[in-house]
Ligand binder design. Structure first.
Ligand SMILES: [Zn+2]
Length: 149
């Protein structure tokens, strides 16, 4: 990978976070995503945004925590698979992410990561407490790609 790529990814993360914070603010005020927030998200994410809204409508969102609270893991259950995401980490195991985000760098993220952000704003995550052992088992069964950041 070229020098400077990590920096540009950090910048991208900042831009994404800013747009999502704006979306969250508008959602909290009006209980829906306002036109301005949607336009800002649409400019950043383009066609991924529509797909993320489909994920938001159709998937089940779970957030797993341990009593120690050191790390929470988010999981999206769609009709075809389960996607584990780490809070605050822009990474997903799906083909779209690997190809369009990491390799081609055409998109900022995939519908799962963006869908999880939207779900978080809308309060759609169901929380579940795990023992440390259960958390370890779940992380061990996840794809190693999850931890390349
Ligand atoms: Zn994905």
């Amino acid at each position: 990978m070229a020098q400077g790529v990590p920096n540009s990814r950090l910048l991208v993360d900042e831009v994404m976070k800013k747009a999502l914070r704006e979306a969250e603010r508008s959602y909290k005020e009006t209980n829906e995503f306002g036109v301005d927030a949607l336009n800002a998200l649409n400019q950043l994410f383009e066609n991924v945004l529509m797909k993320a809204f489909q994920v938001l409508d159709n998937a089940k969102f779970m957030e797993f925590e341990t009593r120690s609270g050191l790390r929470s893991v988010r999981s999206i259950f769609t009709s075809d698979d389960q996607y584990l995401l780490l809070d605050g980490v822009n990474h997903c195991k799906c083909e779209y992410f690997i190809f369009n985000v990491l390799q081609q760098q055409e998109s900022l993220t995939c519908k799962h990561v963006l869908g999880a952000h939207l779900a978080s704003i809308c309060g759609k995550f169901e929380r579940k407490l795990l023992t440390d052992g259960q958390m370890t088992d779940m992380l061990n069964s996840a794809t190693p790609a999850l931890f390349i950041t």
